[in-house]
Design a protein around this ligand. Structure first.
Ligand code: SMG
Ligand code: MG
Length: 367
């Protein structure tokens, strides 16, 4: 198979609820969609970058530039490409995991569509539907938070993740626990907002029986996380720190976490995501699938990944309606707290051309 061209779209999708983390607030997703045109057909991917370098160093304009100036010319020059070879072809370029992941995913989608095989079958899924959670941004008030959580629980979500930051941690967690009781599967995500100096404050959270505390410290602070993990009883989960299977191995060896959030884009694609999954399974460490406010194109592939055996905790893969009034694929719906894993070839979803047209702010074809 040869990659002949890559088509890029930038599109703006308004969010139904603004999403604020400790680092940044979004009221829309500016999505970067890629389509790889190959000799065996086309494949799609949602490049999971944010609009600015607030979650991670990578961001949309940077990803567009590295894709256009470096990655696509290298891919189209390669005489034969399969998804399994994409990382090797692109290896001379340092970093840019999310940009590389998008190209690998688009090539994989094309390959699997040509073979009439789904992502789920290819990756080794063991379930045809997955239990899912919802990530609740930092709202304007406690009352607003309680109202939002109540709404999500009524819809059937299986676990709730609260975004926290210094000044918005013990109080909202206590209020949610108090209102919804000890049976609620609850976890918190700090998106790197603390340092080890806050260890005693974070130890206060032990009283709330959280499933896990996600990424309290900076991405490169594996030693700090390892120290914290010895000081608190809440399981420490890493997100931003896990940038590759090798980073995951280092984190596990150091005792920096006992749970891992796998975001395929952050680790370099679905093949690397499966490698992190397998590594964690071998160590008896549970994993769950993270989210980057993906469009239906990214959500479909994430559902396939989340159907692997060691994804034992509900992921940040909510129904379309939690994010968008209008997505670029048909919507994913919540049924009894679960979302069905797509079974069709490739990601199993089709982009709606009229919606894509309507939401697009930039389009280019690269060779
Ligand atoms: O897709 O449901 C989603 C968002 C889940 O909280 C979420 N993601 O750190 O885990 C995380 C954040 C990063 C996204 S910032 C836009
Ligand atoms: Mg996170």
């Amino acid at each position: 198979m040869k990659v002949e061209a890559v088509e890029l779209w930038v599109l703006r999708l308004p969010l139904v609820t603004p999403f604020r983390t400790s680092q940044h607030s979004d009221d829309e997703r500016v999505a970067l969609l890629v389509c790889a045109h190959t000799t065996e057909g086309a494949g799609w991917a949602d490049c999971a970058v944010g609009p600015g370098p607030f979650y991670e160093p990578e961001f949309l304009s940077g990803a567009r530039a590295v894709i256009a100036e470096y990655l696509v010319p290298m891919l189209t020059a390669a005489p034969a490409v399969t998804a399994a070879r994409v990382q090797a072809v692109l290896a001379p370029i340092k970093g840019h995991q999310m940009a590389k992941a998008a190209l690998e995913t688009a090539v994989l989608d094309a390959e699997l569509r040509a073979r009439h095989m789904s992502f789920a079958t290819y990756l080794g899924a063991v379930r045809d539907r997955v239990p899912v959670g919802v990530s609740v941004g930092i709202p304007g008030s406690l009352a607003e938070l309680i109202g939002q959580v109540e709404g999500y629980l009524e819809q059937g979500y299986r676990r709730v993740k609260l975004k926290i930051e210094p000044g918005w941690d013990t109080e909202p967690i206590a209020a949610v626990r108090d209102r919804f009781g000890p049976g609620l599967a609850l976890q918190a995500d700090a998106n790197t907002a603390y340092t080890l100096a806050s260890a005693s404050r974070l130890r206060d959270l032990d009283q709330f029986g959280l499933l896990l505390l996600e990424q309290p410290f900076a991405a490169d602070d594996l030693l700090g996380h390892a120290e914290l993990a010895r000081l608190i009883s809440t399981p420490v989960c890493l997100d931003e720190s896990i940038t590759s299977p090798r980073a995951a191995a280092a984190a596990l060896r150091l005792g920096a976490c006992s749970v891992i959030n796998i975001k395929p884009a952050r680790v370099g694609g679905y093949l690397a995501a499966r490698a992190v999954h397998d590594l964690c399974a071998a160590h008896g460490v549970p994993v769950w699938c993270g989210g980057m406010l993906e469009t239906g194109v990214g959500r479909a592939a994430n559902l396939a990944l989340a159907a692997l055996e060691n994804f034992t905790l509900p992921g940040d893969i909510s129904a379309t309606a939690r994010y968008y009034a209008q997505d670029i694929t048909p919507p994913f719906v919540l049924e009894d707290g679960h979302i069905a894993v797509p079974a069709g070839p490739g990601t199993g979803v089709e982009v709606l051309p009229d919606v894509l047209d309507r939401l697009t702010t930039h389009h280019e074809i690269l060779h």
